[in-house]
Design a protein around this ligand. Structure first.
Ligand SMILES: O=C(O)CCC(=O)C(=O)O
Ligand SMILES: [Fe+2]
Length: 289
């Protein structure tokens, strides 16, 4: 048994500032209200020092120990994660391609007794996150590989501009790069009804009126993000240390499983659950993936 197994959520999370287990607490209500306001305005909010500072080095070390299990395969992608050879008009932003050099450690390689494993599955944490997003509840993905992952961006690599498939993303930096590796985003650049291809192209080409925002993040901060509408990236990592972040993916609906092709792209493998779910996927909108 890991020594950390005995530690409760209250010891992991800075409950003086984030009393998660008590939704009616004045402090919790203030945090939730601020998160909702920022999510409505810019699709993003950060809860600084969410993990107790005394555990931030444990957080870093646990995740750094998992990083060698990441699946590395630099691939050519576009912001929509659709086929880069798709027959698109010349000026379509999906024609711009990037080298996706980040790598994911899949959920089945992340022990459930790690800090991130326990946070992801914890009921109070899930209820708190749902509250911040203004949702009645959130479900862990049914996907055995992609519900909780560690995103590893090695020196020289980047996680290029993209939109997320998940509407609600919760993440936590666990190890900073020495240089570079900034999270940059363009709040609500598209909506469920409007792709706004001109704006997206402007950001990719650096010629548009919209300048990406740079989000200051520190290890142990909790980030809530609506990445389906906000174009975002992790800029190239420089120096001699990789950037690590935990991605906690939840959905409003139970039973969400990634497609076979996307899963193979991200993890280099699929499991029987992915094959069984193929073709049964339910979607909330018709946006390009
Ligand atoms: O690692 C990060 O901070 C961002 C990751 C991300 O955008 C993603 O996994 O979709
Ligand atoms: Fe993303």
């Amino acid at each position: 048994m890991s020594t950390l197994q005995a530690i409760t959520l209250d010891q992991v999370v800075d409950t003086d500032n984030y009393p998660l287990s008590d939704p009616g607490h004045t402090e919790t209500r203030a945090v939730v209200a601020r998160a909702r306001r920022e999510l409505a305005e810019v699709g993003c909010t950060v809860l600084p020092d969410f993990i107790r500072p005394s555990l931030q080095e444990v957080l870093r070390q646990e995740c750094a120990a998992l990083a060698p299990d990441a699946y590395f395969d630099v691939e050519t992608v576009n912001v929509y994660n659709i086929d880069v050879d798709a027959d698109l008009p010349d000026d379509h932003p999906g024609r711009r391609t990037f080298e996706r050099g980040n790598a994911f450690v899949a959920r089945d390689r992340i022990p459930s007794d790690t800090l991130i494993g326990r946070l992801y599955a914890h009921e109070s944490f899930q209820r708190f996150v749902a509250d911040c997003f203004g949702l009645p509840r959130l479900y862990e993905l049914a996907d055995p590989l992609s519900g909780l992952v560690l995103n590893v961006v090695r020196p020289g690599m980047e996680h290029p501009w993209h939109f997320d498939t998940n509407e609600y993303t919760v993440s936590m930096l666990t190890q900073e790069a020495r240089e570079g590796g900034s999270f940059e985003y363009c709040p609500n650049i598209r909506s469920a009804e409007d792709e706004r291809f001109d704006d997206v192209r402007g950001v990719l080409d650096g010629t548009g009126a919209r300048q990406p925002e740079r989000l200051p993040l520190r290890p142990g901060d909790l980030q809530l993000f609506k990445g389906r509408y906000s174009l975002h990236r992790v800029s190239p990592v420089r120096g001699d240390r990789a950037r690590h972040s935990a991605i906690f993916a939840y959905s409003e609906r139970p039973g969400v499983i990634g497609s076979v092709s996307r899963t193979r792209q991200l993890f280099g493998r699929v499991l029987p659950e992915h094959l069984a779910a193929e073709g049964r996927a339910v979607r909330g909108d018709q946006l390009l993936d």
